[in-house]
Design a protein around this ligand. Structure first.
Ligand SMILES: Nc1ncnc2c1ncn2[C@@H]1O[C@H](COP(=O)(O)OP(=O)(O)OP(=O)(O)O)[C@@H](O)[C@H]1O
Length: 358
């Protein structure tokens, strides 16, 4: 069993409110990602779970038991950080074995556990090397093996892939998902990288300025963002947000455009709204059920696709297009919109108003 639950966590550092009522429920065996920008309070949340932070308010429950006052060493959690923190003079084998030695396991138990973890992480051939003889990715694997070998009730991982180059990071994402599946352990994983979050998580909690904005599956967070901020933070290229209001059966843009009012919206006429349109729900070819007129502002070729920036008045729409798309800045373009997939937010509160009516 490895459930982790935190309730109403509050923590200030001087004038900075790092955590402002954080409540999370991490089910046993889940890959739970805490996603947020720098300074959101992610590390402080992990440290609170580990017992490394004295809280102003709130509680931490491990396996359903209140562990708020427990010393870190008694919580049976393993932390994996960005920095590998390997013992430089020890071989990879000795590094991985160290937590078991500290527990006074027998040499045969240690050998079996190191063998199993190194095979899971594909590092068997590196066991006799010292950290200086390993690449960053290899060191990260050794550090992971050292954390995993202990078999704690849950793993707390603080941006463990940040120091790796892009190719390795992508590889390690797949590896971590595989390792998680084969161990069946609980992972609480902190990152500011939304691709990492969406690709690995069972559940994502989106954090901003010490407050949880939304908790859901990656699909829920992407497809049904609770507010404008989550919509903008999750997704690449970022969602385009256009100021508008409803008027009868039309949506009228601050920039003068109009679109049919989506059937599902209940917003009263005149209320200030933001229309959120994701790049893949827009097209510069004739595809959607309504259109906006603008001019080509720029092209961003990304290999498998090109992002077309279209200027509508003073606002820029990001449109996903085929890699072969061409055009000259300034030329007129018609952007078709899949309104069934559009999002509407209250411009004042930022909250989504779509879900109730869909
Ligand atoms: N020991 C500390 N003393 C003072 N301020 C701190 C301390 N630890 C964290 N903070 C502040 O609390 C806020 C939250 O920090 P935290 O490290 O939890 O954010 P984070 O989401 O993990 O950010 P990052 O992605 O940059 O690591 C930040 O404004 C940070 O500057």
């Amino acid at each position: 069993m490895g459930t982790v639950a935190v309730h109403g966590l509050c923590k200030s550092f001087g004038k900075v409110q790092a955590l402002d009522g954080v409540t999370l429920d991490v089910p046993d065996g889940s890959f739970f990602v805490v996603l947020g920008p720098s300074g959101a309070g992610k590390t402080t949340t992990l440290r609170a779970i580990a017992g490394l932070e004295k809280l102003d308010a709130g509680s931490v429950h491990l396996n359903g038991r209140d562990a708020t006052g427990d010393a870190p060493a008694t919580r049976d959690l393993a932390m994996v950080f960005q920095s590998y923190a390997l013992y430089p003079r020890h071989t990879a084998y000795e590094n991985i074995a160290s937590p078991l030695r500290a527990r006074r396991c027998s040499p045969s138990e240690i050998a079996a556990a190191v063998k199993q973890m190194s095979s899971l992480l594909h590092i068997e051939r590196l066991l006799q090397r010292r950290p200086a003889q390993l690449s960053g990715g290899e060191m990260q694997r050794v550090a992971l093996a050292r954390a995993l070998v202990r078999r704690p009730r849950a793993f707390l991982m603080d941006e463990p892939l940040t120091n790796l180059d892009l190719k390795l990071r992508v590889e390690m994402r797949t590896e971590l998902t595989r390792i998680h599946r084969s161990l069946g352990a609980t992972f609480v994983y902190v990152t500011n990288d939304q691709v990492e979050a969406l690709s690995m998580a069972d559940q994502v909690a989106v954090l901003k300025e010490g407050k949880v904005q939304q908790v859901g599956t990656p699909t829920e967070v992407y497809e049904r963002p609770a507010n404008q901020w989550v919509a903008g933070f999750v997704g690449s290229p970022p969602i385009s947000l256009l100021a508008c209001h409803a008027e009868g059966d039309r949506l009228v843009g601050a920039e003068g455009w109009t679109l049919p009012r989506p059937r599902w919206t209940t917003a009263e006429d005149g209320r200030a709204l933001l229309l959120g349109l994701r790049a893949e729900d827009l097209s510069v070819e004739q595809r959607g059920n309504a259109s906006l007129s603008g001019e080509l502002y720029g092209l961003e070729p990304l290999g498998d696709r090109t992002v077309v920036d279209v200027r509508v008045g003073t606002e820029i729409l990001k449109v996903k297009a085929r890699p072969t798309v061409t055009g000259t800045p300034g030329e007129r373009l018609l952007v078709t919109v899949d309104l069934d997939r559009a999002h509407l937010f209250d411009a004042g509160t930022g909250l989504s108003l779509a879900e109730a009516g869909r």
